[in-house]
Write a protein that binds this ligand. Structure first.
Ligand SMILES: [Fe+2]
Length: 466
């Protein structure tokens, strides 16, 4: 495999793992305790006057039904939580997304979908291509419309005024799936995304959602085998995929034997395929294979000196997927602790990738300030140290962070108007921590408290008031 390498610099000191396994269990296994529309929230501290808009967060909300647990947090029904901020005040709403599959199950009084449904039902679902679109992973706002996303289905439109569910849509172009990781490219005034198609052929379909005009499909790339593919990244000119060697286990999928985790297999002998697609010439794909590694999330990518530079959180293997499943059964502590921030350089002419670990601190959920996507950024923001710190990281690996108290957890930071907003958790309640992005180590300048717990959320966006 050509030109792959990885090095680790000296380790900065950082605290050990979190010490409250009960909070971890609550976040990853206990349902959203209360659904409601927008209602006033309690402010601790002073909300900056510059903050005007809505923070949308999405993640699992219902981890089982009818006394039966789902097999993995990824199977949970989604829940959207939104916090609306204006004039130093805030209101908040939380609702389970009412997918067609969930409504069908509730009407029948039993599970119809997922690995915990009856075996005959599961087999019929696979052969008939039926599944529940849980809408449990992320949020995208396009032309003022709010969509809850999960990677194995179409977008689910949500009513922004009360978070009720409108329904799924193909936006006029989506074949079957639409990943939960659309990426905006500022210079092109458009959002890009992909959707997998499984079947006799496995394809990555490429989509563009422009600020003006209709959504369009740019083309498709055929893959040698069906992977799990969670995220990608975009520069001004390229869409970049790291297709790690996680394969759908077709015999298990077709026979529905085994656990949810056993439907996907880590096959390191295949290596990770790098696929770079010129946005304006999507048929002129450059692809090659490098050493095996896994990633859930990218931070950014840009072009420099005829190279594509890619920042991402890298894992040596796919163990994190199994660790996520273990939480549901109480067999594991905090998940997603093995990822490390990397910077990769892709030489398109030589078809090589060189990747360097630039910090040894556990890191996940990297984000950027708006306007920096697709071009060279100054810092990325992320969660560090097993969900116990929030901070920034630069190209030298310098981390500027704030460690939250031991009885709290912090999630993906979202940047807006010079501030970072992060949904945080205690055992009893959730709150949005508001950080001054230039003074992160000083801790939040304000906290917006809900009066209930919220299960873990994966991703979200801040939609400024227009
Ligand atoms: Fe994700």
């Amino acid at each position: 495999m050509p030109g792959a390498s990885s090095t680790a610099p000296a380790a900065p000191a950082h605290p050990g793992p979190p010490t409250d396994p009960e909070l971890t269990r609550l976040l990853w296994t206990e349902d959203l305790p209360r659904e409601h529309g927008f209602e006033p929230l309690t402010i601790e501290g002073k909300l900056p006057a510059s903050l005007r808009g809505t923070l949308y967060r999405n993640g699992p909300g219902l981890f089982g039904q009818f006394g039966v647990r789902y097999g993995h947090p990824f199977e949970a029904d989604g829940a959207m939580t939104a916090i609306r901020i204006a004039d130093g005040r805030a209101t908040g709403a939380s609702r389970i997304t009412q997918s067609a599959g969930l409504r069908e199950e509730r009407a029948a009084g039993k599970l119809h979908y997922g690995i915990s449904a009856s075996w005959p039902r599961r087999v019929v679902n696979v052969w008939r291509g039926r599944q529940k679109n849980t809408a449990n992973t992320s949020v995208v706002v396009w032309k003022g419309r709010v969509f809850a996303l999960m990677e194995a289905g179409r977008p689910t439109e949500i009513e922004p005024h009360d978070l009720t569910t409108i329904g799924t849509t193909d936006l006029g172009v989506i074949r079957s799936m639409f990943s939960a990781h659309p990426h905006r490219v500022e210079s092109r005034r458009a959002v890009y995304n992909f959707g997998l198609e499984y079947g006799r052929h496995t394809r990555i379909h490429l989509y563009e959602l422009p600020d003006v005009g209709r959504a369009r499909r740019l083309g498709a790339i055929e893959l040698a085998a069906p992977p799990m593919l969670h995220d990608f990244i975009a520069t001004d000119s390229h869409l970049i995929f790291f297709v790690s060697p996680v394969r759908v286990d077709l015999p298990r999928m077709l026979t529905q034997l085994g656990t949810f985790e056993q439907l996907f297999r880590w096959r390191p002998e295949h290596g990770t395929e790098i696929i770079c697609v010129p946005i304006d010439r999507p048929s002129e794909v450059v692809r090659f294979t490098t050493e095996p590694f896994y990633q859930w999330h990218f931070a950014n990518a840009f072009e420099r000196d005829r190279q594509l530079i890619v920042d991402y959180v890298r894992y040596a293997n796919f163990d994190s997927f199994g660790q996520l499943g273990c939480i549901a059964t109480g067999r594991a502590a905090d998940p997603l602790t093995d990822g490390r921030y990397h910077r990769a350089s892709i030489d398109l002419a030589a078809r090589t990738l060189r990747s360097t670990q630039i910090s040894d601190r556990p890191c996940e959920f990297p984000t950027l300030a708006p306007g920096q996507h697709g071009r060279e950024h100054d810092v990325a923001y992320a969660v560090f140290d097993d969900f116990t710190a929030l901070g920034s990281i630069d190209a030298r690996g310098t981390v500027v962070a704030h460690a939250v108290p031991g009885d709290e957890r912090v999630t993906e930071p979202v940047f807006t108007a010079g501030h970072l907003l992060a949904l945080c958790h205690t055992r009893e309640r959730a709150f949005v921590a508001v950080y001054d992005a230039a003074r992160i180590p000083e801790g939040p300048v304000a906290k917006i408290w809900l009066d209930h717990r919220v299960p873990i959320t994966f991703h979200g966006v801040f939609e400024p008031d227009r």
